[in-house]
Ligand binder design. Structure first.
Ligand SMILES: *Cc1c(COP(=O)(O)O)cnc(C)c1O
Length: 421
């Protein structure tokens, strides 16, 4: 613990072939647990506990039945982009509305088993919502540091309702992280940021569940949004472990998409330097507004190991992609929509091909950030910004509510005009 770098959990036993449970046996076990009524089996995370750090007392895990999230086929996007199969793994369908729950159940369980009274995190919103919920379930107290004015009301209201002590610092996410690192050095609170290795382990299960749902068929591409880069690291670690254990025969390419204004990883992959250069992050996709991502080394290794790409998308591209996902009847928060916007770029580059199977990881629920969505549909999102003049390109997706006199004729008139459009 001297290098100052992040901890990663390794499973040395898995290298000895004879001590391994066979891949077929693991698959059988995971399938069988689906029919069990044990809380640990009903969790889409703990069902895969054979690939998690051993936890002694399965009856005392802190769980909200996380995981078990759906995969939706995006037929409209398939038609528009001319790509055979585009699937959305919707991690926003977790109990608190984001993928953070899959890591939080593991980390909170270990925190409680270790006897901590307080857990803490710095957050762009979803981590605090998730941590507050799991702390409450585990009867621990939660300290949340969030950037003042820069997180969505949906996420903030969750942390408050779940009873967290919430501090809004006059800073950004990176500033909150700095302060928290000082706080944990002077008082015994348990740090639940994504540097927490148990969170990464729990987040791996999204990839396990995904491939299991696909009947162990490996997609050609998995596309993940990149903020602090914990999620992309977890997906990569899971797939490398699955490959190593013989659960899958090949690796998908994992690509990471950032917002143009919060693109430190993209810059790194395009530069000759070996170290990530932190930057002042700016994007309306607040969940990925991070300029100094903690897990950049792990993410870089995932890109290299799976031969994926890092790319960036503009605010307009994010808004358009989000509206398109909405039109599939699915919806997601802005940070998740970078995956579809990124897919368009990767397809243009010829990196994703017509016959490919692509999985987009939708990280958060539409209702996390209703303000963004309302502003978009009211044509207010880009008003007064440097994007204002280009905002016409997304106007086709705007569905401004119409105010009418309470008469059937007025409604029928609107209906008729919509039919003709
Ligand atoms: C946390 C979060 C991200 C970013 O994930 P990282 O692990 O920080 O890269 C993206 N989207 C949503 C909705 C999130 O909550």
């Amino acid at each position: 613990m001297q290098c100052g770098d992040l901890v990663e959990i390794d499973y040395p036993g898995w290298n000895a072939k004879d001590s391994l449970t066979s891949a077929a046996e693991l698959k059988r076990r995971w399938r069988e647990r689906k029919t069990s009524s044990l809380a640990a089996d009903q969790s889409g995370v703990w069902r895969f506990r054979d690939l998690l750090p051993p936890f002694d007392d399965l009856n005392s895990i802190v769980t909200l039945e996380e995981g078990n999230t759906p995969i939706y086929e995006l037929h409209r996007s398939e038609r528009m982009l001319g790509i055979e199969t585009i699937l959305a793994k919707h991690q926003g369908m977790n109990p608190t509305g984001s993928f953070k729950d899959t890591g939080m159940t593991v980390a909170a369980s270990f925190a409680r088993a270790a006897g901590y009274r307080w857990v803490a995190c710095a957050s762009t919103g979803n981590t605090s919502a998730s941590m507050a919920a799991y702390a409450a379930r585990g009867r621990m107290r939660a300290l949340v540091l969030i950037p003042e004015g820069k997180i969505s009301w949906g996420k903030l209201s969750q942390a408050l309702d779940y009873g967290a002590l919430t501090c809004q610092l006059r800073s950004d996410f990176d500033g909150c992280t700095r302060v928290l690192n000082q706080v944990v050095r002077s008082t015994p609170v348990y740090l639940l940021n994504s540097v927490n290795p148990y969170r990464i382990e729990g987040q791996k299960t999204a990839a396990l569940e995904l491939v299991e749902q696909l009947n162990w068929e490996v997609p050609d591409h998995i596309i993940v949004p990149g903020g602090n880069l914990g999620n992309s690291s977890a997906f990569g670690k899971a797939l490398l472990e699955m490959h190593h254990l013989g659960l899958i025969g090949r690796l998908p390419k994992i690509s990471i998409i950032q917002a143009e204004g919060a693109n430190p990883l993209v810059r790194l992959t395009r530069s000759k330097t070996k170290d990530l250069v932190p930057l002042q992050a700016e994007t309306m996709a607040s969940a990925i507004r991070i300029g100094n991502p903690a897990s950049w080394k792990k993410a870089l290794r995932v890109l290299e190991a799976t031969q994926g790409r890092a790319d960036e998308v503009s605010e307009l591209e994010i808004a358009e992609a989000k509206a398109e996902i909405g039109l599939e009847g699915i919806g997601c928060e802005p940070a998740s929509a970078v995956t579809l916007a990124g897919l368009k770029k990767l397809a243009q580059q010829g990196f994703v091909k017509r016959g490919d199977m692509v999985v987009l990881v939708l990280t958060g629920h539409l209702l996390k950030d209703p303000e963004f969505t309302l502003k978009f549909h009211r044509h207010e999102l880009f008003a007064g910004t440097r994007n204002e003049s280009q905002a016409g390109t997304v106007a086709a997706y705007e569905r401004t509510p119409v105010v009418l006199e309470p008469s059937a004729d007025a409604v029928l008139d609107v209906l008729q005009r919509a039919e003709q459009r």
